[in-house]
Ligand binder design. Structure first.
Ligand code: ATP
Ligand code: MG
Length: 416
């Protein structure tokens, strides 16, 4: 009987990692062939978990450098993370220390005993001037190491987005040039050091739409796209059962199917979140039996409640990161239309966009860009009747969050 320990939110690996065997095998096969990879997948699908688990499984054949770039703003920050990531590899770490010799020799503290935060701050000081010079030396050190390396860059789209648009969300010629220089530098590594270094890029927002906005798509053309989808029903059901086995929950016949039907798309985070609420509910009721009716009740009262909002608000926050102040309000409105009426038609999109004055960009162009992002990041999918939410849970949540007093486009048409 398989058992799984729950985890709702942070990335998972090892004994908390469920399935994804096919994706892992495919990813590892590509890496063994020397590919550089761009992982694209909707939010909360398990991208970070997949690369962490891949790193675990490849650890004895490759030097796996895991970079979490969530907080990074510049190329210098990225080089700092890269340098810090070499610490577990003794020989490589020795070379890193040589690269940062000046800064280390001026430090009273023993660099090896610093915690990760202090080490990051220290090495970052050494990159105040020319990031490329130190970056090149780090790459040279990695290339000359015995084992080939895989550099996993998680959340790279956030860095690119910040570099390109700054805090004012504006692409200036200077920012464009800096972003181009940085991405071209990464690209040159993939070309020059094909057999010694593989790079894997991923993140919670799509990289391609951002690069498209800037006309920089060519900079990632050495990367093989790799898609991860939601779990299929069988895998999701297996996960729910393994969780239930671990916490002594008895799902009555048809309960798991009902849960899967309610959320619509088996996004691992949503499966885990649903189970977690079911578990709380069972304990509260003092009854470890869970029926389909109980599941519906938990879905309506907990998954869509204020608490559920906190866990799902990433869907709103990430949009705020990619979209400008001009396009964001219209985007929220388009999603609310799809959530409330069940679909977003081109006609409705046009009616809704009338209420927004979009500076410089023509409405049609802005709408295409917005829909492109919403499709790429897994919010909406194009169907015969128009664009619809992929996940029923995200749709229901969006409706609960923004639907109150919303006037659908159809009614606005009559009103105008
Ligand atoms: N293979 C897995 N097994 C079990 N749970 C998983 C798995 N993958 C993802 N999850 C669930 O999804 C949550 C988020 O995982 P992860 O951070 O890897 O997703 P992500 O795609 O990187 O998210 P984001 O889009 O925010 O970057 C985990 O806390 C866990 O609940
Ligand atoms: Mg992630």
């Amino acid at each position: 009987m398989k058992k799984l320990v729950r985890e709702v939110g942070p990335w998972v690996d090892k004994e908390r990692f469920w399935d994804r065997e096919q994706e892992l095998a495919d990813l590892i096969e590509l890496l063994d062939e020397g590919a550089n990879i761009l992982i694209t997948a909707p939010r909360r699908i398990g991208k970070t978990s997949l690369i962490r688990e891949a790193g675990n499984r490849l650890e004895n054949r490759y030097c796996c450098l895991q970079l979490d770039l969530q907080k990074s703003h510049s190329p210098a920050d990225v080089i700092t993370e890269l340098s810090v990531a070499t610490r577990p590899y003794m020989n490589l770490w020795k070379k890193t220390k040589e690269v940062f010799k000046n800064i280390i020799s001026s430090t009273a503290a023993n660099i090896d005993s610093l915690n990760v935060n202090d080490l990051t701050i220290k090495l970052r000081d050494g990159l105040l001037t020319n990031w490329q010079e130190k970056g090149n030396r780090m790459i040279e050190a990695i290339v000359n190491a015995e084992t080939p390396a895989i550099i996993f860059m998680d959340e790279i789209p956030l860095v690119v987005n910040r570099l390109l648009k700054g805090s004012e969300y504006e692409i200036t010629p200077e920012r464009l040039k800096d972003t181009d220089t940085f991405l071209s530098w990464i690209r040159s590594i993939t070309i020059q050091h094909k057999q010694k270094i593989r790079i894997v890029l991923t993140g919670s927002i799509g990289l391609e739409p951002i690069l498209q906005q800037a006309g920089l798509s060519h900079t990632i053309n050495t990367f093989t796209p790799f898609e991860i989808g939601p779990w299929d029903k069988e895998t999701a059901s297996g996960c729910l059962q393994a969780l239930a086995n671990n916490y002594d929950i008895n799902f009555n016949k048809g309960t798991k199917e009902k849960m899967i039907d309610l959320i619509g798309s088996c996004i691992p985070h949503h499966i885990q979140m649903f189970f977690n609420y079911i578990y709380f509910d069972c304990k509260k009721r003092n009854n470890m039996n869970c029926t389909g009716k109980d599941a519906v009740n938990v879905y309506n009262t907990r998954m869509l409640s204020t608490r559920g909002h906190a866990e799902l608000s990433t869907y709103e926050e990430r949009l705020r990161m990619v979209l400008s102040n001009e396009t964001l309000p219209l985007t929220l409105e388009l999603l609310t239309e799809a959530a409330v009426t069940g679909k977003l038609t081109p006609e409705a999109a046009k009616i809704l966009s009338r209420d927004f004055t979009l500076n410089e960009k023509k409405t049609g162009e802005a709408l295409r860009e917005i829909i492109g992002i919403l499709e790429h990041d897994g919010y909406l999918v194009s169907k015969k009747q128009g664009h619809v939410f992929i996940s029923k849970l995200v749709r229901d949540w969006w409706k609960a969050r923004f639907g109150f007093q919303y006037i659908p486009a159809e009614k606005r048409k009559i009103a105008s």
